[in-house]
Design a protein around this ligand. Sequence first.
Ligand SMILES: [Fe+2]
Ligand SMILES: [Fe+2]
Length: 395
Amino acid sequence: MQTSLYIDTKTLAWPSLGHTPTHHRLTPPNPTIKFRSTPTVSAVATASPPPLTRQKAHSLPPEKVELFKSLEGWAEQHVLPFLKPVDQCWQPSTFLPDSSLPEEEFLDQVRALRDRTGELPDEYFVALVGDMITEDALPTYQTMVNGLDGVKDETGSSPSAWARWNRSWTAEENRHGDLLRTYLYLSGRVDMLKIDRTVQHLIGAGMNPGTENNPYLGFVYTSFQERATFVSHGNTARLAKEGGDPVLARICGTIASDERRHEMAYAKIIEKLLEVDPTGAMVAIGDMMRKKITMPAHLMYDGEDPKIFEHFAAVAQRIGVYTADDYADILEFLIGRWNLEKLEGLAAEGARAQDFVCGLAPRIRRLQERADEQARKMAPQAVKFSWIFNKEVAL
Ligand SMILES: [Fe+2]
Ligand SMILES: [Fe+2]
């Protein structure tokens, strides 16, 4: 799971609180690195999450809890196959210096890693650290999925297909944070103490995705989020390659392909819900898009910068790791994946949600253009990030 943008789809205006719009791009320290041309930073990436005081819980009616129980056999056949057997999975050690080698050889591998990462710009590390911290808050995501009514793991080792999915999905995800963390640690480019504190704060804070213990909402959220992480890790892979670290590029690309596989599993669940309960599923998609898909790490704090999440999201947007365009692209992708435009036989509520969702992406793009234009008129800003020894990075 990880990066996403906050878009105020209720008012369909980009929220203005707390953002730090800028437009001047930072010149990467290494002139050979070319960042994709992206829209300038604007409020889109940086609004506050939904207020924690308005949290709704257990909104799934009892008969629908039963529906999920009745779909266990289906999940066994159609969801569990998206997992990979452990012995066919990559492990963090696959990509890291081999500590079982004689000391000098091991140290040579560490030196090579540090040479490769030495040329990557600071702003790249801000985005990668933010992604890594997001991955590292995995206990929160397992808790969230396991809080969904009708699919939760009742015992901690329940044999139900839903519970097995959640445990094994978590186990696959666990490798992501581990690998990125160790690689970043060995690079020497980042302040691990500050990063560790951020992770501890974040896991302590939790998240507020607005999913109400409701698996309809929960699986819409995870479908979107897994695709968002696929996109974001894919972009950190591309930037690592352009910046001269092919190993880091392979690491991020490999993580991205896990995310893609997870996205396919979650999207399959929503596809099934659209088949058995089209109105219920369509309303859930509309509900999540109205609330906006908040980033799982939106409550992150490093103990120093109360807006660190907004600042990280702004850097990720500016260097093209995760942008407002990506958000709209993901929405359009899922509309196509679930064939939402052609969905028929919906009750009035479902038809309203369908209209809203199917018309949303172009509105997001238009609003983003407007926000970019406004941002261009404002003075550029830079912020110090504790994660990279308080060096300044343009937003
Ligand atoms: Fe994921
Ligand atoms: Fe992940």
